[in-house]
Design a protein around this ligand. Sequence first.
Ligand code: E4P
Length: 230
Amino acid sequence: MAIFLDTSKINEIEKYHKMGIIRGVTTNPTIMLKDGITGGLKGIKQQTVRIARMIAPYPVSVEVTTNDPVEMTRQAREFARWADNVVVKITIHGPNGELDNLEVVHDLEIKHSVRVNVTAMMSAQQCLLAAMAGASYVSIFGGRVNNMGYNVSDEIVKLRKVLDAQSLKAKIIVGSTREVLNIIEWLEAGAHIVTTVPNLLEGMIVHPYSKETVKMFLDDAGKAEAAMNQ
Ligand code: E4P
């Protein structure tokens, strides 16, 4: 079981990496744009290499920026050369349901030894087929699934059962976290990994009653010291 950070912000990654609590990083084009990464592929490369160096040997996932099968393969092979711990994200299918992507995934994993994280998935059945195609990671978007009105935990339970039954190598990543409780909830359901936004990780650590308790300890330590000096 592991927690990844779903961000491309160097300061956030550094903060939690130094605590020893994250085992990888995931990004996507939307995250990169939101985090101010500009300059096209050059900008993405620069940021990815910085992250990869910081967290090595833990993996960083970076997504291709095209849905053209030839260009997806070319980009994926290029990204994989940036660092040993780069994993390439490929979406399950194209924006109109184009079916080329799983063949690309299969070729990248089998012919080119590129580790692939198949992404943008909303169901156990999509993840199962991505795992069968040879993906190293299968990413299901928990918050988005829950927003559609069904519980992603049920999908995670089913998925883990069928992956284990067939000894498929794919690790389940559940992303799209929305609430602090999602992390434990989805790991407990059977996810190998939950990738979370940084503020939820802070929410897991900081508790109002812990704050009050720590304050009491410090105040009393101060009083005891003052009494000793009288
Ligand atoms: C996971 O790998 C994705 O980067 C991410 O969790 C998507 O989350 P969103 O639904 O908040 O966009």
